[in-house]
Design a protein around this ligand. Structure first.
Ligand SMILES: NC(=O)c1ccc[n+]([C@@H]2O[C@H](COP(=O)([O-])OP(=O)(O)OC[C@H]3O[C@@H](n4cnc5c(N)ncnc54)[C@H](OP(=O)(O)O)[C@@H]3O)[C@@H](O)[C@H]2O)c1
Length: 223
């Protein structure tokens, strides 16, 4: 029986591109908040590789993520959890609303911490597991009009670096992934990026991640 890779935010962009890569070897479970997007994603994938299915789930909702991951881990042998769900609002700090700030903190930070925490006991019981956290070069240095987004990505960097130390010797491997801009729906609602044609394709980035996924603690696509 094939092992399964869980991808949060798997209905579009990098998450979907990672699904295309990992589906060559693994079953895929896509998590996201919008069912129509997940359904479409599953249809594009399940014609080719291994099994693909989805669960509608907000990665930043503690109860939901506990319930969904319990179901998946009870039914599958999970190889890897990819915490990919993320949102960004790119404006000067003074013009961000409370909803903008809380949304970024919730999805990017809680939406990484909650699934990682929920997965740990199951990985421990299995005796093996991997947690890959999709960060950004925004987790390496501050950027204009990205203050809160960068703050959330720095948080995930600190979280991941800590897990690398905390889980040493457990056979559970955390990985932090850093990349620059990708041409995904992430940029649909903003003009923060002036020329999207200069961005990498998510498939190129997903291929680079997949080829370097060997339990290392950091993957740098861009620095
Ligand atoms: N695009 C870039 O230039 C870039 C660069 C560096 C890093 N990143 C990071 O890469 C990751 C993927 O982004 P992307 O570019 O592929 O953008 P995207 O196409 O907008 O994908 C993000 C996905 O996350 C889902 N999502 C958002 N909030 C969620 C939540 N609370 N729970 C579950 N799913 C949620 C979205 O679907 P629903 O809204 O339907 O849930 C969407 O499918 C993010 O962490 C982003 O910060 C992006």
């Amino acid at each position: 029986m094939n092992k399964t890779v869980i991808i949060t935010g798997g209905g579009s962009g990098l998450g979907l591109a990672l699904a295309r890569q990992y589906n060559k070897e693994f079953n895929i479970c896509l998590l996201g908040r919008t069912e129509a997007k997940l359904q479409e994603a599953v249809q594009t994938l399940s014609q080719k590789g291994n099994r693909v299915f989805y669960k509608v789930c907000n990665a930043a909702d503690y109860e939901q993520i506990q319930t969904v991951l319990r179901t998946v881990f009870e039914e599958e042998t999970v190889h890897l959890l990819i915490n990919n769900a993320g949102i960004g609002v790119f404006e000067p700090l003074y013009s961000l609303t409370r909803a903008d700030i809380e949304g970024m903190v919730e999805t990017n930070v809680y939406g990484t911490i909650y699934p990682s925490q929920a997965a740990f006991p199951y990985f421990k019981k299995q005796g093996f597991g991997k947690v890959m956290n999709i960060i950004s070069t925004a987790g390496l240095r501050g950027k204009v009009n990205e203050s809160v987004y960068c703050a959330t990505k720095f948080a995930v960097r600190g979280f991941t670096e800590s897990l690398v130390k905390e889980w040493e010797g457990t056979n559970i491997f955390p990985t932090a992934v850093y990349m620059g801009g990708m041409d995904t729906p992430f940029w649909d609602e903003t003009d923060h990026i002036k020329d999207r044609s200069r961005l990498k394709s998510p498939d190129t980035v997903a291929e680079l991640i997949f080829s370097q996924d060997d339990n290392r603690s950091e993957i740098f696509i861009d620095r």
